[in-house]
Design a protein around this ligand. Structure first.
Ligand SMILES: *Cc1c(COP(=O)(O)O)cnc(C)c1O
Length: 410
C-alpha cells in the first residue's frame, strides 16, 4: 500500500493545500471494483454516480487493466506532429458507428465544447459570412467551465464573478420550439443542445423538440450541435442519445465515459463542417494520445456490444419502474424521469442531507439541478444491485424525513 495518511489527515491536508472549489462529501476512497468503491477503512459503497457517468464499465475492469498495461509498455505520447495507430483506430471506430465523417480528440468535455464552438464559428464564417456567429443554447444547460463553454451554459449561477461572458450566445427554453423559432435568424451559426440535460436536472428532450431543432437548422442553414458528453456512449441504452430521436446532428461532443475514467474528449462532425477547418485552426498537445486512445477503443468495443446496450435499456426501465413503484407513497417525491441509466428524482426534502445519509448507508448518489437526485450507475450494473440501491435510498429518505419532521416541531 502507498497510502501514508489516514482519512482524517487526507481531508485536513486537502483543505490546506488544494484550491477550495469542490464541496466534497466526507469520505476518502482508496479502491474500486465493479460497481463498488471502498473507503480507507475498507467499507464498500454501491456506486450509483460512477464518477458522474464516467466509469461506464465500473471500476478497475480487468480487460481495461490489460489494455492500459499493454499500451503503457508500448507508447504513451508522441505528439500530434506525428501519426499513431491507436488514435486512427479510435477515430475510425467512432466514424463507422455514428453520423460523423471526421473526429477531433481533446481531453475533457469542456474542451470538446470549446472546440465545437470554434468549429461552428469557422464553418459559419466560411459559409455564411463574418456576421454569422451566434449560437442558441438553452436555459438549465451545462456545457463546461472554460470561458467559451461557460458562456454557452444557461445557468447564470456559474457566471458569477467571471463576467463579461463571450458575446454571441442566446438562451431559449428547453423543449420550447416556438422560443427557438423566435430567436433563430441570419446571424445564427448553430444550435447547441443536450439531448438529455444532465447537470440541469436530468431532462430528456421531447421527440418533437429535437426533430424540430433539426428542421429549423436545415431551414436556416445552421448547424445542430449536440452535447452528448453525459448522455452519450451507451448511457441511454443506445450508443448515442440522438438515435432515440431519429435525427442526426452536424457536430457532437463526447467526453465523460469515452476512455472509461481516463481523461479524453472528442468532437464528431460531418465532412461539410470539417471542410471549413484548415491546418493550424485548432489543436491539442495531449488530444488522442496512444494510451487514452487505446483504452477508449477497448471501451467502445465493449459498449457497442448489442447485449450491453440492451442490458442498459432493460435495467434503465427496471430502475425507473421500481423507483416509481417504491417511491409512490412518498409525497415529497414529485417527479421521476430519465432515459436508460440516467435518472433524476425530484424531491422536496433537503437533497444534500439525503445524499449524505445515502453515503452513510453505503450508497453513492449525486445531485443535479436544485432539488433533483441523480442516478448514473455504471452501465454494467446488475438488477440485484439496483434492488440494493433502492433499499438504501428508501431507508435514507425515511431517515431524513423523520429528522425534518421532528425539527419542524421545535
Ligand atoms: C460534464 C459535462 C461537461 C463538461 O465536461 P468536463 O469534462 O467536466 O469538462 C459538458 N457538458 C455536459 C453535458 C457535461 O455533463
Amino acid at each position: 500500500m502507498h497510502e501514508t495518511m489516514n482519512a482524517k489527515q487526507i481531508i485536513e491536508t486537502e483543505h490546506r493545500v488544494h484550491l477550495q472549489t469542490y464541496t466534497r462529501s466526507e469520505v476518502v476512497f482508496s479502491r474500486g471494483k465493479g460497481v463498488y468503491l471502498y473507503d480507507t477503512d475498507g467499507r464498500p459503497y454501491l456506486d450509483f454516480v460512477a464518477g458522474i457517468a464516467v466509469n461506464a464499465l465500473g471500476h478497475c475492469d480487468e480487460h481495461l487493466q490489460r489494455a492500459i498495461s499493454e499500451q503503457a509498455a508500448r507508447l504513451w505520447h508522441c505528439s500530434n506532429l506525428y501519426y499513431s495507430e491507436p488514435q486512427v483506430r479510435l477515430a475510425q471506430m467512432l466514424v463507422e458507428n455514428s453520423f460523423a465523417d471526421k473526429v477531433f480528440f481533446c481531453n475533457s468535455g469542456t474542451e470538446a465544447i470549446e472546440g465545437a464552438i470554434k468549429i461552428a464559428r469557422k464553418w459559419a464564417a466560411v459559409n455564411k459570412g463574418k456576421h454569422c456567429f451566434e449560437i442558441i443554447a438553452f436555459h438549465r444547460s451545462f456545457h463546461g467551465r472554460t470561458m467559451g463553454a461557460l458562456s454557452a451554459t444557461g445557468q447564470t449561477k456559474y457566471w458569477e464573478g467571471f463576467q463579461p461572458m463571450l458575446p454571441g450566445f442566446q438562451f431559449a427554453s428547453f423543449n420550447d420550439l416556438t422560443d427557438v423559432e423566435h430567436r433563430i435568424g441570419p446571424g445564427t451559426a448553430a444550435i447547441l443542445v443536450e439531448p438529455v440535460q444532465g447537470e440541469g436536472g436530468i431532462y430528456p428532450a421531447e421527440q418533437n423538440f429535437l426533430q424540430g431543432l433539426r428542421d429549423l437548422c436545415h431551414r436556416h442553414q445552421c448547424l445542430l450541435m449536440l452535447d452528448e458528453i453525459q448522455c452519450g456512449l451507451g448511457r441511454t441504452g443506445k450508443l448515442f442519445a440522438y438515435e432515440h430521436y431519429g435525427i442526426q446532428p452536424d457536430i457532437l461532443a463526447l467526453a465523460k465515459p469515452l476512455a472509461a475514467g481516463l481523461p479524453m474528449g472528442a468532437i464528431l462532425m460531418t465532412n461539410a463542417v470539417a471542410e471549413a477547418i484548415r491546418p493550424g485552426d485548432h489543436g491539442s498537445t495531449f488530444g488522442g494520445g496512444p494510451l487514452v486512445a487505446h483504452v477508449a477503443t477497448q471501451t467502445i468495443t465493449r459498449i457497442l456490444d448489442p447485449a450491453l446496450l440492451e442490458h442498459v435499456a432493460q435495467n434503465g426501465r427496471y430502475l425507473i419502474s421500481q423507483l416509481a413503484e417504491r417511491l409512490a407513497s412518498f409525497e415529497e417525491v414529485t417527479a421521476i424521469r430519465g432515459l436508460g441509466l440516467m435518472i433524476g428524482i425530484d424531491i422536496e426534502l433537503d437533497v444534500k442531507q439525503i445524499i449524505t445519509t445515502c453515503l452513510k448507508n453505503g450508497l453513492i448518489i449525486a445531485r443535479a439541478g436544485e432539488n433533483t437526485l441523480r442516478l448514473t450507475p455504471p452501465l454494467i450494473v446488475e438488477q440485484s444491485q439496483i434492488d440494493e440501491a433502492i433499499e438504501k435510498l428508501i431507508l435514507s429518505i425515511q431517515s431524513v424525513r423523520g429528522k425534518n419532521g421532528s425539527k419542524s416541531e421545535n
